[in-house]
Design a protein around this ligand. Sequence first.
Ligand SMILES: [Zn+2]
Length: 370
Amino acid sequence: MKIGSHVSFSGKGLLAAAEEALGYGATTFMIYTGAPQNTRRKPMEEQYVPEGLALMKEHGIDEIVVHAPYIINLGSYKTDTFGLAVEFLQSEIERTAYIGAADSIVLHPGAYTDKDAQYGIKRIAEGLNEVLTVNGRVHIALETMAGKGTELGRTFEELAAIMDKVHDNDRLRVCLDTCHVHDAGYDIINDFDGVMQEFDRIIGLDRLAVIHVNDSKNPRGARKDRHAPIGSGYIGFDAIHRIVHHEVAKGKPIILETPWIGKDKANQRPMYEAEIALLTGNAEGRFGPEFLEDVARLRAFFDEQLGHPGRNGRDYVLATWELLQDKKQRAEDKREPMERLYDLVVEHGLFPDCSEEQINMRLVGYFAGI
Ligand SMILES: [Zn+2]
């Protein structure tokens, strides 16, 4: 399985990115070629590409993913915004081709802002037609979106409509984001097979190139786009486990973009290493048998403390998110389910020798039901 996460490309560029990914036990990874929120980019010659590729090769990583910055908008009617997006994507194709090991640039299709969806679809296709005048084998993978604001790509039909209008659409692919499609209303929890049949009928499964795996802080159809660590949200570990082991995901880069966790914003840590190990069934190999024993202790502790937390805390997690949907309840206590469980563990001194990060990783293990 090719599984990894978003990693930083700053400092020593591809070398730093590969080192970070290997630290999580990843077999692929995703980068932004610079800050995700702007379009300033250093020349690729300064990004330690040969060094990064050598390290990747040594560890058998042969495919990575590039994500375009989320501020560019091909759907904009404004000449300068649209022009910047086209120009940026053309140079991004060149940067991605330079890396060699990256085949796809993930792109949020765009937002129609003050116009309408029809306009946005046409405009994005117009932009892609211009972008794709730059030659190269690199694909653009349009991402499925949650449907917040006026963003497009909320349905498979919208993605297909954009692709239909692009001449060289052999160079277009799709990135499926589990949080986004769930938020957009697709039932990937109970009927992933059905959702994939629909994807196949409308877009074609041969177009599926990348999978983003994230849990969601909101119920299906909420159109919010707020990611959660695997198992701590509405989708749950079991549904995500089924997706990453589904035949449609075979051989494709599976990328985590789950939030970093920690009470102090400056010291938050990613859960990627635990998420990767748990999704690949390698928790014991990665963290040793003590990790499993700790998770068993957690389970016994929560069973006792919470009465009926449900299988792997599912009932507790969902009930807490439901509570947080209510403004008044949220004003009283805005802590998310995972933070509440963490506090309970600390309050009872369950793991006095563990860091906050280690406790949180054990919580992810609890959600995974190991
Ligand atoms: Zn994205």
